[in-house]
Write a protein that binds this ligand. Structure first.
Ligand SMILES: *Cc1c(COP(=O)(O)O)cnc(C)c1O
Length: 356
């Protein structure tokens, strides 16, 4: 830290993104990206014509994309906020809705960015432990009198809450914002998008990074009643009004038009997930019942970190977290069936070697 940086960031622990090593070509199953390219319509939309307009600022209101997303979810444009990745919505929400009196709560094992925002903005965050089976006990979130953020499905477990459970959290915390982070919802969980009109304190956060094959374009969005969307826009127009670049805006709009393509991709990922889980079980792995595009798995005989390193040496990247409660586990992104076969072959080989 330079002597110029504010002391208040001295102890800030930053978010650690999944590694992107360049020393060899890896099968990348460590950051939950889609294995499929964007739709042909998206590629087409990124035209020479649009590139030649890069001298001009993009539309700060994201009008066209906002209207399209509203249409997709049966809502009004006033219910949609567009952000530079969903991380930006989360950041803005912590900034907008939290302070000394309005504190935050989230599961102690969840998306690693939540505690980082909490620290960055100096917010008191109550981190609520999961149950022993890694599920979230929704009863822990009733009458909390704090803002709440829950990933549904949760990361890195892939486990879900039901809509009635989330509704009970919403109704028992009426004076606080309940953020449901639906980064993985398209792979098998129930979305809260349909609850937006019913609950003024609900903020649903979604991303193009996982199910819409656009992690590299940085696009996210959020759905809520107008007042909450207006608040997020207040923060956006006080920090970075042109938060979405021109190319991402047109790509995002084209992706809405090719919704059927993405649904098909999700179906393939779900099929590959079920296939891989079954094969992993045959190899002696235990897995949680994932409704996302990753599998959280442990092998009772092989140390998690060791397994991760051995897979890496064989050219397969998965994610390993060193924190105590989950250090036996690997989080394996679901890729194509071919990629999963490579993973399964490598895992089988490692297990054979280790058993010797
Ligand atoms: C990937 C992810 C995000 C953020 O994704 P963006 O690329 O910033 O849209 C948010 N929440 C969870 C739980 C995620 O896994």
């Amino acid at each position: 830290m330079s002597r110029f940086m504010s002391e208040r960031f001295a102890d800030l622990e930053v978010y650690t993104p999944g590694e992107q090593p360049r020393d060899m070509k890896y099968i990348k199953l460590n950051t939950n990206e889609s294995p499929y390219p964007p739709s042909p319509e998206v590629v087409e939309a990124l035209s020479k014509n649009e590139i030649e307009l890069l001298n001009l600022y993009p539309d700060p209101t994201c009008k066209e994309l906002t209207a399209k997303i509203a249409g997709l979810y049966g809502l009004k444009p006033e219910n949609v906020f567009i952000s530079n990745g969903s991380d930006e919505t989360l950041s803005f929400a912590f900034m907008a809705f939290c302070d000394e009196d309005r504190k935050m709560a989230f599961p102690s094992i969840s998306y690693g960015f939540y505690p980082v925002y909490g620290e960055l903005y100096g917010i008191d965050c109550l981190q609520i432990p999961l149950k022993d089976d890694f599920t979230i006990d929704y009863k822990d979130y009733l009458n909390l009198n704090r803002n709440i953020v829950i990933a549904n499905p949760n990361a890195p477990t892939g486990l879900t809450l039901s809509l009635p459970q989330i509704e009970e959290i919403l109704t028992t915390n009426p004076d606080y914002v309940v953020i449901i982070d639906e980064a993985y919802v398209d792979f098998g969980a129930e979305s809260c998008a349909g609850l937006v009109e019913k609950y003024p304190n609900l903020l649903v956060v979604m991303t193009y990074s996982k199910s819409r094959s656009m992690a590299g374009a940085r696009l996210g969005f959020a759905l809520a009643q107008k007042e909450i969307i207006d608040d997020l826009n207040k923060i956006k127009f006080s920090t970075n009004p042109y938060n979405i670049n021109r190319l991402t805006l047109v790509a995002g709009a084209a992706a809405v038009d090719s919704d059927a393509y993405y649904k098909e991709c999700c179906k393939k990922v779900v099929a590959a997930r079920e296939y891989t889980q079954e094969k992993l079980h045959a190899l002696g792995f235990e897995t949680l019942d994932s409704k996302s595009n990753f599998i959280f798995a442990r092998h009772p005989e092989i140390d998690g970190e060791k397994f991760y390193l051995m897979l890496k040496s064989k050219g397969i990247l998965v994610r390993h977290f060193s924190r105590e409660e989950i250090k036996d586990y690997l989080r394996i992104t679901v890729g194509t069936k071919e990629q999963m076969d490579s993973l399964l072959d490598a895992a089988a080989q490692i297990i054979r070697e280790e058993a010797k």
